[in-house]
Design a protein around this ligand. Structure first.
Ligand code: AMP
Ligand code: MG
Length: 317
C-alpha cells in the first residue's frame, strides 16, 4: 500500500524516493500534489503517465523558499517581486521567463515557467529534504476532481505513485491562483486560493490576457476540467430546480427543500473561504452518491467565489 502518514521519518523516506526519480503524492495547503524531481525529465515524465495528462499541459515547480523559487526565473518584474515577498509561501503561482536549469518537459516547451512556494508544512518539509524543486500538478487523473484527502488520491491513482503521504484534509481546498505579467501588469491565468483583490492591492490592477483567440496563455486551462463523473449543471439559488431522487444538489449556504439523491451545503455561514475548502470534498461525495446529475448553485463571484465559479463552470462544460 503506498499510503503512509506524513510523519517526519516518512517525509524523509518520501524525499529519498524523489531524489531517486520516484513519484510522491503529498498534501499542500491547496490540494494534494503529485510530485517528482523538477529537474529530472524522466521523473517528470512519470507524472504525465500516472495522471494521463497531455504533454502540452505544463507543470508547476514547488520550492521551499522565495529565494530558491526566484532562482528558477530568468527575470522578475518589480511587481512580481513584491508579490513573492508578500504571498510566498502561499497559494500563489507566478509564471515568468524560465532559467536555463528548468527542463522543457516541465514547461511543455514554453519559455516561461510556473513556480510556487507552498505554505503547507508537510510540503515544505518534503521539498526542503529533497533539496530540489518539486514538479507537482494536482494528484488526480487528468480532467477529474482534484483530491483534498489522501483517500481521494488513492481512489483515482491507485498504486501509480510510489508513496502517498497522508496529511489529512487540505485547508484551502482549491488550487493556487496563477498570475503572469505583461508589460509590467499582472494577468490572471487561473483564479484560485489567493483572491485576485489581494493581488491587485499589491501589484496594481490586473490586465486582461493578450493573445486571446490564438494560442491560450495557460495551455492547461482547458474548458472542461475538474469534472465529476456525473453531469453538472449550474443553477441560480433563487430558481432551484424541482427536487428529484435521481439528482444531487450542491448548495452554497442553505439546504434546498425536498428529497434529493444527496445534498451538500458548502458553508452554512455563507463564507466563501469555507465554501472553497469544502468544494472538492463535497463534489467527491455527490459523485459517490451515484446520481447521474449534480445541480450546483452559483456563489458570489468575488474573493474565493471566483475560484469556486471557475471550477464549477469547467466541471459543467
Ligand atoms: P496544475 O495542474 O494545478 O499543476 O496547474 C498547472 C497549470 O499551470 C497548467 O495547467 C497551466 O494552465 C498553468 N501553467 C503552468 N506553466 C505555465 C506556463 N509556463 N505558462 C502558462 N501557464 C502555465
Ligand atoms: Mg490540476
Amino acid at each position: 500500500m503506498p499510503t503512509i502518514k506524513a510523519t517526519a521519518s516518512n517525509i524523509r523516506k518520501a524525499a529519498a524516493a524523489l531524489k531517486a526519480g520516484g513519484v510522491v503524492a503529498f498534501p499542500t495547503e491547496t490540494v494534494y500534489g503529485l510530485g517528482a524531481d523538477g529537474l529530472d525529465p524522466r521523473a517528470c515524465a512519470r507524472i504525465f503517465e500516472i495522471k494521463g495528462r497531455p504533454r502540452f499541459d505544463p507543470l508547476i515547480l514547488h520550492e521551499c523558499s522565495a529565494a530558491r523559487g526566484r532562482r528558477l526565473f530568468a527575470r522578475v518584474p518589480a511587481a512580481a517581486g513584491k508579490l513573492m515577498r508578500k504571498f510566498w509561501p502561499g497559494p500563489l503561482t507566478l509564471v515568468l521567463p524560465k532559467s536555463k536549469a528548468v527542463p522543457d518537459i516541465v514547461t511543455s516547451g514554453l519559455k516561461t515557467v510556473a513556480v510556487r512556494v507552498p505554505s503547507g508544512r508537510h510540503a515544505l518539509a518534503l521539498i526542503r529534504a529533497a533539496g530540489r524543486p518539486v514538479a507537482a500538478p494536482s494528484a488526480n487523473r487528468f480532467g477529474r476532481l482534484s483530491p483534498v484527502t489522501a483517500a481521494h488520491v488513492a481512489r483515482q491513482l491507485g498504486d501509480g505513485p510510489d508513496i502517498i503521504l497522508d496529511g489529512g484534509k487540505t485547508p484551502i481546498g482549491v488550487e493556487s491562483t496563477i498570475i503572469t505579467f505583461e508589460g509590467g501588469r499582472p494577468v490572471l491565468l487561473r483564479p484560485g486560493g489567493l483572491p485576485l483583490e489581494e493581488i491587485e492591492r499589491v501589484a496594481g490592477p490586473a490586465a486582461a490576457p493578450a493573445g486571446r483567440g490564438k494560442k491560450p496563455l495557460a495551455p492547461g486551462c482547458l474548458k472542461k476540467h475538474y469534472a465529476p463523473q456525473a453531469r453538472l449543471k449550474i443553477v441560480d439559488p433563487g430558481a432551484a430546480p424541482k427536487p428529484s431522487r435521481k439528482a444531487a444538489y450542491l448548495a452554497f449556504s442553505r439546504r434546498p427543500a425536498g428529497r434529493w439523491a444527496a445534498v451538500k451545503v458548502l458553508s452554512r455561514k455563507g463564507d466563501l473561504r469555507e465554501a472553497a475548502a469544502n468544494l472538492f470534498k463535497a463534489l467527491h461525495r455527490l459523485e459517490g452518491s451515484g446520481a447521474a446529475l449534480i445541480y450546483a448553485e452559483k456563489v458570489p463571484p468575488h474573493g474565493l467565489g471566483r475560484a469556486i465559479m471557475d471550477r464549477l463552470r469547467r466541471a459543467a462544460a
